[in-house]
Structures are given as C-alpha cells and as structure tokens.
Design a protein around this ligand. Structure first.
Ligand SMILES: NC(=O)c1ccc[n+]([C@@H]2O[C@H](COP(=O)([O-])OP(=O)(O)OC[C@H]3O[C@@H](n4cnc5c(N)ncnc54)[C@H](O)[C@@H]3O)[C@@H](O)[C@H]2O)c1
Length: 333
C-alpha cells in the first residue's frame, strides 16, 4: 500500500498533533471533526504546533509552509475516509464508539485502506470485532504530546496482518517517529506496562514510609530517569552484565510489591476525593504547586532532548549498526 493521503478523525487533544506530524512529513492530511467550528479549531491547533516545532529548530520553514498547505479539514467523515489510503482514529476513549467507528470505516472503505486506532487503553482486538477486514486494523498509539514524543506503539490484534503492521511502521518512520512493534494486544501495550509497574512500586514505597513522594520523584528525575533517553533498560542489563543483573533481580524482586491490584494508599486517596491536580490534592498539594509550569518544563525538556538526539544520531540508529563488543565497551565508558 502506497500511502499518500491520510485522514485523522478527532479534533481533541491528540488529533491535531497527529495530523500536524503527518502533514509535515509531506502527506496530504484531512483532519475530520464533528462540527465545522471544531474542525477550524483543530486546524488552528495543528498549525500552531507546526510553528512551535519550527521555533525550536525541529523542522524547516519550508516543511511548515508545505505542511500547512497539505493540511485540510472537514466534517464529512465518509468522503475524507474514502479518499485516504490510511485512516487514523483519535476519537474519545470509549469501546462502543470505537467499535461503531471501525464498523463504519470497514463498510465504507476498500479493503486495502489501512485503519488505525490511537487508543491508549482499549484492546484493538475488541475495537476491530465488528469489522470484516480486521487484517488491516492496528493500534498506532501516539504518546502525548504527539508532535513532540517520538514513540508510537504499533499494536497488532490476532487478526492484524504482518503487512499492515510493517507498512504502518515504515510510514511512521517517514514521519520522523520511532515506532515500536507490539505483537500481542495486552493491557498497557508496551511502555505503559513498564510505567504501571513503576507506579505500583513508587506508591508502595510511599505507603510503607520508606520515602516521601518528593524523594521518590527526585530519585527518578535526578537518577534513573536522567539517563533513560539514551540508555535503555535492556542495554543497561547488557552493560552491567547478565550475571550481575540476575543476582540483583533475584535479591530485590522478592522484596517488591507484586500484588495484582493498586496499593491501598492509592485506593484510600481516591475514596477521600484526593484525585490529584483535578481536585487540588493528591500525593502533593496542588493549591501550592503550578501544574502548567510543570507541563511547560516537561515540554522544554523534551524539545531539548529532541535537539540533542537530532545532533547525535549515533544515539539511535547508528549505534545499532556497530558490533556488540564495541557497543558495550562504549556504554561502559
Ligand atoms: N490525551 C492523551 O493524553 C492521550 C494520549 C495517547 C492516546 N490518547 C488516545 O487518543 C484518543 C483521543 O484522545 P483525546 O485525548 O484526543 O480525546 P478528546 O476527548 O480530547 O477528543 C476526542 C475528539 O473526538 C471527536 N469525536 C468523537 N466522535 C467523533 C466522530 N464520530 N467523528 C469525528 N470526531 C469525533 C470529539 O469531537 C473530540 O474532538 C483516545 O483513544 C485516547 O485514549 C490520548
């Protein structure tokens, strides 16, 4: 399948960013919204995100100019989907609504049209249940904010074809993304599974009085987390040595929380109405903290990391081409 035209459904938090990324890569993109004024809002958001990327030297002025020209909007879903070789759905997170959407898209479009859902938490197998041509459906889970975070998780259902998954991986690479293939449709996809395990242990440490929320976050922000953009977890275990890694796993794992539900402290806070930023209090007192400033800091850090990665391509693609002995030597140094 040669992808030239892409339709993105949804003008909420994710749709405009996804549309912006794809239009910047030179594809013709139609952003589909439910109402004409929401379409206009979505297009304006997408254009503003392109400008933001240019301001941070992450894309050229030429790419932004042609990206804006190749981005259109409509509230006519059927016409836009019929005209596209790839349709990416980014409507709200509701299984029945997504099942209905994929049933509609499946009836409407020829079987060669590729269909993708941006679901973060739902099963792509369940989402594609009502469709006949389920082989052309996968998840493409863009992370928030989609114009900045390189990761996209491509998740296969048992029905998805290898060709669909590989075409989407190639397509996302042409959009400057770093897609990963997730071959089983499991709760949490890939990176969220690791994050949820981290949240369980982080809240467990707070519950047991081992450390304060501030110190747990500080340990990650200033220790473990600071090297992760270039130092993967599996690379880490190879670098320290699998024998040492095995010994540490076997001594630490028995002391970790391994329950199959969230820690009691988290459930207690929810029952008390302490829901975090949205209620003013969670683990922290948000009446005294500024979430918008924190989000801005997060985005600035991501932008600087992207600039670093762009100027150090050996941190991604080139490293894989070296021999494993020279790689581990460099990592240890
Ligand atoms: N927000 C995040 O942090 C995030 C991150 C990754 C993935 N996701 C996933 O992306 C998807 C979209 O999330 P969001 O945060 O953008 O949602 P949102 O609630 O901000 O926006 C949903 C949009 O879908 C539109 N919509 C609903 N039904 C439609 C229809 N039939 N036709 C056209 N448009 C329709 C709504 O008008 C709205 O603009 C969800 O599946 C979500 O789980 C969200």
């Amino acid at each position: 399948m040669n992808i030239k035209k892409v339709a993105v459904i949804g003008t909420g938090m994710m749709g405009p960013g996804i549309a912006a990324v794809i239009a910047l890569a030179g594809y013709e993109v139609t952003l589909i919204g439910e109402r004409p004024d929401w379409v206009d809002d979505g297009l304006n958001k997408a254009r503003a995100l392109m400008d933001q990327l240019f301001q941070h030297n992450l894309v050229s002025a030429t790419a932004v100019a042609s990206g804006k020209l190749s981005l259109r909007g409509t509230d006519d879903l059927d016409a836009a989907a019929l005209d596209a070789e790839l349709v990416i759905e980014a409507i709200f997170e509701n299984l029945a609504a997504k099942q209905e959407m994929f049933h509609r898209l499946d009836l409407l479009t020829p079987p060669e049209t590729l269909l993708a859902t941006n679901t973060s938490g739902l099963s792509v197998t369940a989402i594609s249940e009502l469709a006949e041509h389920r082989e052309r459906i996968v998840t493409t889970h863009f992370w928030m904010p989609p114009h900045l975070v390189p990761l996209v998780e491509v998740v296969m259902s048992p029905y998805s074809s290898e060709q669909t998954a590989q075409t989407l991986l190639d397509f996302l690479r042409t959009c400057g993304k770093k897609p990963v293939l997730v071959r089983k449709d499991l709760p949490g996809q890939l990176a969220n599974r690791i994050l949820q395990a981290m949240i369980r242990e982080a809240t467990n440490l707070v519950q047991d009085g081992v450390a304060t929320p501030e110190d747990v976050d500080s340990a990650i922000k200033n220790g473990l987390g600071i090297r992760l953009p270039v130092w993967g977890i599996i690379e880490h275990i190879d670098a320290v040595g699998l024998d040492l890694g095995l010994a540490v796993q076997n001594s630490v794992l028995p002391a970790l929380n391994n329950e199959s539900h969230a820690v009691q402290l988290l459930a207690d806070k929810v029952n008390q109405g302490d829901l975090g930023v949205k209620s003013g209090k969670g683990f922290y007192d948000w009446t005294k903290r500024d979430i918008d400033a924190l989000k801005q800091l997060r985005d600035e850090f991501i932008i600087q990391t992207l600039q670093f990665k762009a100027s150090h391509p050996q941190n991604s693609v080139d490293l894989h081409r070296r021999t494993s002995s020279s790689l581990s030597q460099e990592l240890v140094e």
